[in-house]
Design a protein around this ligand. Structure first.
Ligand code: TXA
Ligand code: MG
Length: 318
């Protein structure tokens, strides 16, 4: 791939202009930064997969700024989807719906469904409102690495490979969106996020939780089969009250006090802070050459479910 100049801009209008001219542009959202290309631009979509090093069988989420765009990307919005949209859009929620013919298979990786999200972050919405089509965007990190929660991290990973970065604030949530598959009769939670299972159950008591198996022929969410969120350091999971002996170059993140002897630690005041800081802590540890990160495993409820999910996947990646 040829090296390109990556522009840094604070202007949503300028970033959208670059995207509308066929560019690949990273932009902030409240979950993590996204790497966007217009769904009507096959060459930009191809570049996007290439820049991330993303396997072509892993579909992209399509981002819209207003519900008016929904009919452009999805068909057959059923009652479950309607209820979730009413309650949680705009926000950190992605719905898997039957795709409209306008969405190319290069975006959905050949699936008949499409992931749709309307972010709440004002700069994201301003950017999307200037874009001439809905915007396909995975997280703006190199494939396999922790998602980027600041523009600096995006730049570190993708400088020279994408056209521009729209600089916004660090991501307020820091974990990728909750994904619910609403394309079948019973809604399924595919990926935990800041919209919690408990919140979803309050709207859709029948929702079920996807339990992926290795034998599943067509995984419900193709991306779930790939290694994710992994820093270079290995991740060791700690249950509360575990006592351990740390090595000389280790880090710790969690709610409780750190084990003795760790070089770098982050004590979070609550689960929201834990979620917000997790990926940037992973990257900070890597930058310092730390080789083991101990992570406290929170209880499987509320946003703790999403943090556990990312920690378990990161720990399995080595
Ligand atoms: O918060 C987020 O969701 C961020 C921001 C940028 O919106 N995006 C994000 O995208 O995390 P990505 O590509 O890193 O993760 C999207 C996940 C992948 O695991 C993918 O397989 C799944 O969503 N996905 C996308 N379309 C799907 C579909 N039609 N059916 C099932 N899973 C889908
Ligand atoms: Mg990702």
């Amino acid at each position: 791939m040829h090296i390109m100049q990556t522009a840094l801009t604070d202007s949503a209008k300028e970033a959208a202009y670059i995207l509308n001219s066929g560019g690949v542009v990273a932009f902030p959202t409240e979950t993590v930064y996204g790497l966007g290309a217009g769904i009507d631009n096959p060459e930009a979509i191809r570049q996007l997969f290439h820049a991330k090093g993303r396997p072509g069988d892993n579909p992209l989420i399509v981002h819209i700024y207003s519900l008016e765009q929904l009919p452009d990307v999805a068909d057959d919005i059923n009652q479950s989807a309607r209820l979730l949209i009413e309650r949680f859009f705009p926000g950190p929620l992605t719905l898997v719906l039957k795709k409209n013919q306008r969405v190319p298979y290069s975006v959905t990786a050949g699936l008949e469904t499409v992931g749709v999200r309307c972010p709440a972050n004002p700069l994201a919405r301003e950017f999307l409102s200037y874009c001439s089509s809905p915007v396909a965007a995975p997280s703006a990190n190199l494939s396999g690495l922790p998602s980027a929660t600041s523009w600096e991290t995006v730049y570190e990973d993708l400088q020279g490979k994408i056209n521009a970065v729209l600089r916004g604030k660090p991501s307020a949530i820091g974990l990728e969106s909750t994904i619910v598959d609403c394309s079948c009769s019973v809604p399924i939670l595919l990926r935990a996020g800041a919209i919690t299972l408990e919140q979803l159950q309050a709207v859709l008591p029948a929702i079920i939780v996807n339990t992926p198996t290795d034998t599943q022929e067509a995984p419900k969410s193709p991306g779930l089969k790939y290694p994710h969120y992994a820093p270079k350091a290995s991740i060791r999971l700690l249950q509360t009250n575990d006592t351990i002996t740390t090595g000389p170059s280790s880090g710790y993140i969690g709610l409780s006090a750190p084990p003795e002897g760790v070089l770098l630690f982050k004590i979070c005041h609550d689960l929201e802070e834990y979620g917000r800081e997790l990926f940037s802590f992973f990257r900070h540890c890597d930058a310092l050459g730390i080789n083991v990160i101990y992570c406290e495993l929170p209880a499987n409820k509320g946003i703790g479910r999403a943090i556990r999910d990312r920690l378990i996947r990161a720990s399995e990646s080595h």
